[in-house]
Design a protein. Structure first.
Length: 221
């Protein structure tokens, strides 16, 4: 995995699980893709079988992206990279295709409200990130977040912009005290936008605190 900004998700090795009859091989928190409601293909290339979902009384999505925190305690016999694990926590990230605008109206519809990329990873063919929005504590307004691809600026760079449309929840000097920062996960598939062999530079821009911020990293399929 390639990290774009400093780490906020980390793996800690060789934990002993309190009250368990087994030793934990390692503890991890990572993005992955659900294969069914109990099995996740992690972005590290390993497959994790969650064995304690009935005890937790939760149901995971049967497909799509997920962020999972879990303890790995046993390798599945006869496999090289499949493991049994106990889920500790999970989050379902915003996951959607990036967009390319063909008209000014489409561009305007993406919005120019504040959004901040707090951390980013390139893994599993996705741009994965933690991002922050300013939201009211109580609101019925639907916000939209998109990753916009801006074509044509440079052949060796994939130019992207993180966009936020707050609808009627616009932040202003007069009402800013009614808003608080809230953080979320997102995962945008970009592998199909990359050349077959050569790496490209990924540029990510976002508007926060009335300033444009930009980060760059090299990525490849």
């Amino acid at each position: 995995m390639r990290r774009i900004l400093p780490v906020i998700l980390a793996a800690a090795l060789c934990f002993c699980s309190c009250g368990k009859a087994f030793d934990v091989l390692y503890r991890a928190c990572m993005f992955g893709t659900m294969q069914n409601s109990e099995v996740m293909l992690g972005d590290d290339g390993c497959t994790y079988h969650f064995t304690n979902l009935q005890d937790l009384e939760i149901t995971l999505p049967s497909s799509g992206r997920i962020v999972a925190m879990f303890d790995v305690y046993r390798q599945v016999e006869g496999t090289g990279n499949q493991y049994e694990a106990e889920l500790m926590n999970h989050w379902v990230p915003l996951s959607k295709e990036p967009v390319i605008c063909e008209t000014e109206e489409e561009d305007e519809a993406l919005g120019d409200d504040p959004i901040a990329m707090g951390d980013g990873w390139w893994s599993g063919g996705h741009l994965n990130m933690a991002f922050t929005l300013l939201l009211k504590d109580v609101t019925t307004v639907k916000h939209s977040v998109n990753l916009q691809i801006v074509p044509g600026a440079s052949a060796d760079t994939l130019h992207t912009v993180l966009r936020h449309n707050a609808g009627e929840d616009k932040v202003s000097v007069e009402n800013v005290d009614f808003f608080k920062e809230h953080s979320f996960y997102a995962s945008f598939p970009l592998q199909d936008r990359l050349p077959e062999k050569d790496p490209v530079v990924l540029e990510v821009k976002w508007l926060w605190d009335n300033e444009w911020h930009t980060v760059y990293t090299k990525i490849s399929r």
